[in-house]
Design a protein around this ligand. Structure first.
Ligand code: T5A
Length: 211
């Protein structure tokens, strides 16, 4: 089963992806945990270019193509082989990030983004996507509290993040079967429970369909 996590920077999706991986492993499931951009040598090097604050002048189309290039390598080298072996694949961000950040956030043509996404994924899409939805005010507050330095993407400003959030919610509406939108303002434990119940439900359904 292919599971992706989406949300604004600081929404808590990495926390939840980690918790899900722990739970799956504790139940003796084979699981690959991947983050985007990254996950292969080539993709990690592209990640460095994308997040480096020295590259503030990066063109939006360059940005789109670099995220997509990192993804294409990850799909072929890691995701497809893992799914073929019936492993769980948990991905911290995937193709919906590109639609939300480069499409809605940067304002690139949405059909062009869709076409590039289709090429970069080779049609491999998650079985379920958890969108951890929180307000931009909340992520600003969390960032202040954590005191972690911001990267190039995070220096894009509040308006940008409002557009990204709207993009995520619009995408989730288009694919209600795949998306599970979770209120990220809840406690870590409460969100973890919602996610695990959903994964169990979908795993049972997938097994029944395979019989
Ligand atoms: N990007 C990526 C694109 O523009 N296009 C693309 O196609 C792709 C793939 C990646 C950047 O690239 C962009 C999006 C990003 O800007 P990154 O460094 O990988 O950047 O970082 P993010 O994916 O944004 O992840 P972060 O680690 O910054 O944030 P998370 O994963 O959302 O949040 P997390 O879990 O680390 O939590 C943040 C803090 O909140 C606390 C945690 O303890 C932590 O301190 N927290 C909670 N606090 C209260 N209540 C809860 N429920 C909490 N859950 C977590």
């Amino acid at each position: 089963m292919f599971i992706s996590f989406e949300g604004l920077d600081g929404s808590g999706k990495t926390t939840q992806a980690n918790l899900l991986v722990e739970t799956l492993k504790a139940r003796h499931h084979a699981v690959d945990f991947i983050r985007e951009p990254g996950g292969t040598d080539i993709s990690e090097r592209i990640r460095e270019i994308l997040l480096d604050k020295k590259h503030l002048g990066m063109n939006e189309v360059t940005e789109l193509l670099l995220f997509s290039a990192a993804r294409a390598q990850l799909v072929v080298q890691t995701i497809q082989p893992a799914l073929k072996e019936q492993r769980f694949v948990v991905c911290d961000r995937y193709v919906d990030s590109t639609m939300a950040y480069q499409g809605y956030g940067r304002g690139l043509n949405l059909d062009a983004v869709r076409a590039i996404n289709a090429a970069a994924t080779f049609g491999v899409m998650p079985d379920v996507t958890f969108l951890i939805d929180i307000s931009v005010e909340e992520i600003i507050e969390r960032r202040k509290q954590s005191g972690t330095p911001i990267d190039r993407m995070e220096s894009s400003g509040k308006m940008f993040y409002e557009k990204v959030r709207r993009g995520y919610l619009a995408t989730a509406k288009e694919e209600p079967q795949r998306f599970v939108v979770v209120d990220g303002a809840q406690s870590i434990e409460a969100i973890k429970k919602i996610i695990w119940e959903e994964v169990e439900k979908r795993t049972r359904k997938q097994k029944a369909e395979m019989k």
